[in-house]
Design a protein around this ligand. Structure first.
Ligand code: MF3
Ligand code: CO
Ligand code: CO
Length: 281
């Protein structure tokens, strides 16, 4: 019976439902990525460059016997081991030599490969004293991810994710980026299905099944939802109006009874210096 659902999802949607052994490996890679992100977040403060965070990420990946998935990924090859997306950068920001400044918001996105399996998460930090707009967009992104995660269980439709995210974001006066999506993950970096972050009823009638592993990673803007990709580096995606953008991401597993957030750190490992709203003084 289970075998036939696995082959149905593969045939019909090209979605790979994972078995117990694969889940164990993906959980491990996800925990490594989460530990690395926590350590990077401790170092992210005013005066530190995102280039330094990239160097540190490369060292940490070595320590954990992991490979950073972004490095060399895509075409043109992504040039760093993490994405660092500052202020009006929506996603895929490339680390550089500009020191972080008081009032910046920065998303750090870590994807780690361990033993061939992938885990992917990101978090937005407020450096020092953020504006009320900075708090609002960071909160909208964080709360929309939490709300979307909460509806994930066998039998739920993928389309409910986008509906939840859009409701939360709009209620805080923010918009949802359409041009980038969450994704299946685990055996590859980006697998089927695409996970839409906006209300998309006709597009995603797919039903969640135990063994599905995917990311949810809402990119939320203060102003226009439109993204523009940098003409020179072909990666950096910015808001069209220069206003702030924030993002949080987790890797999820659908379990027989609900879901497991694979990239959530267990309390004993948690970095207590990173509070709920991720302010770095
Ligand atoms: N980690 C990103 C995601 O959440 C993808 C980054 S692609 C890269 O899907 F090449 F920019 F690293
Ligand atoms: Co990511
Ligand atoms: Co992702």
């Amino acid at each position: 019976m289970i075998e036939s659902i696995h082959s149905l999802y593969k045939k019909k949607y090209n979605i790979l439902l994972k078995n117990t052994q694969q889940i164990e490996k993906i959980r491990h890679a996800s925990q490594v990525a989460a530990k690395i992100l926590n350590l990077l977040c401790r170092e992210a403060k005013a005066g530190v460059t995102t280039h330094y965070l990239d160097i540190l990420s490369r060292e940490l990946h070595k320590m954990f016997k992991a490979t950073p998935a972004p490095l060399g990924y895509g075409n043109p090859p992504f040039p760093a081991s993490i994405c660092t997306s500052l202020n009006d950068v929506i996603c895929h920001g490339i680390p550089n030599d500009r020191p972080l400044q008081d009032g910046d918001i920065i998303n750090i996105d870590v994807t780690s490969i361990v033993d061939g399996y992938y885990g992917d998460l990101s978090r937005t930090l407020i450096i020092g004293n953020g504006s009320s707009d900075a708090y609002r967009v960071v909160q909208a992104s964080y709360e929309s991810l939490k709300t979307a995660i909460n509806i994930c269980k066998p039998g739920a439709k993928l389309s409910q994710i986008g509906f939840q995210i859009q409701s939360v974001a709009n209620s805080l006066g923010c918009s949802v980026v359409h041009q980038f999506v969450g994704h299946g993950i685990g055996c590859q970096f980006h697998e089927e299905p695409a996970i839409y972050h906006y209300a998309n009823r006709p597009r995603q009638e797919i039903i969640m099944q135990p063994g599905m592993t995917f990311t949810i990673e809402p990119m939320i803007n203060l102003g226009s939802s439109e993204a523009i990709i940098d003409k020179e580096d072909h990666w950096t995606a910015r808001t069209i109006d220069g206003q702030l953008s924030a993002q949080f991401e987790h890797t999820l597993l659908i379990t027989p009874t609900g879901h497991e957030i694979l990239t959530l750190i267990e309390p004993e490992d948690a970095d207590e210096t990173v509070p709920e709203l991720f302010i770095r003084k």
